[in-house]
Design a protein around this ligand. Structure first.
Ligand code: SAH
Length: 218
């Protein structure tokens, strides 16, 4: 490791201790993934020094990379195992996808902003995340050809859970997404089993808008 890598590894260890474990995240696979993925590589060079802070950061196109704790909370709520296939809506910086890919078998991630997706795809190649597949489209319609998914995560806020996404969830599957108005949302976890669908709230959150056919209109 060079000097910078040692510095950033230390910051990741502090982030895990002070922001993630302290707030009650216990899933070892989540903690391990977050200790490993170089979050500073997912922001612009000017923001690298702030990458391990306890807050979201701008990534261009008026979008943000989520606060580390929110990434941990959503990932833990998905209860992933190593052979799961996961769908993510809202690729953005790619950080959440990289965390998912460190735990699950394969990640399918959809982004509607072309410029963000082009940049992020290059980063996935550079960091050699070979189990992340990307797509440029409106993610509110899901990815029918690759469904069903064991887990679905939506990293943008929507007035309701799109029924198309619930349809593309496997039996036994979990979906986590922010639901609410444009200013504040609740993080909702939905579980689909033989008996039907159960939803629980994980608490308040604030995300950018999910814009699309089954989300907010532009
Ligand atoms: N998971 C990202 C968070 C990015 S912010 C990360 O780790 O950085 C949310 C992203 O959702 C934005 O990039 C935004 O362009 C995208 N988005 C919003 N509506 C979308 C839609 N209907 N389909 C796909 N992506 C969408």
């Amino acid at each position: 490791m060079n000097k910078d890598e040692i510095k950033y590894q230390r910051r990741r260890d502090e982030m895990i201790r002070d922001q993630i474990e302290k707030r009650g995240i216990t899933d070892q696979s989540v903690l391990e993934a977050m200790r490993k993925v170089p979050r500073h590589m997912f922001v612009s060079e000017a923001l690298m020094d702030q990458a391990y802070g306890d807050f979201p950061l701008p990534i261009g196109e008026q979008q943000t990379i989520s606060q580390p704790y929110i990434v941990a909370e959503m990932t833990q709520a998905l209860s992933l195992c190593s052979d799961d296939r996961v769908l993510e809506i809202g690729t953005g910086s790619g950080y959440q996808a990289a965390i998912l890919a460190a735990i699950a078998y394969r990640v399918y991630t959809i982004e509607r902003k072309h410029s963000l997706l082009v940049k992020t795809r290059q980063l996935f190649d550079k960091l050699q995340y070979h189990n992340i597949v990307t797509r440029y489209s409106d993610g509110t319609s899901g990815w029918k050809e690759e469904s069903p998914f064991n887990a679905i995560i939506v990293t943008a806020g929507s007035p309701k859970i799109p029924a198309t996404l619930v349809d593309q969830l496997a039996v036994g599957g979990r979906l986590v997404m922010p639901v609410g108005d444009q200013h504040s949302q609740e993080l909702i976890k939905l579980v689909k089993d033989q008996n039907g669908i159960t939803t629980t709230s994980l608490g308040g959150c604030r995300f950018v808008k999910l814009v699309g056919e089954h989300g907010w209109r532009e």
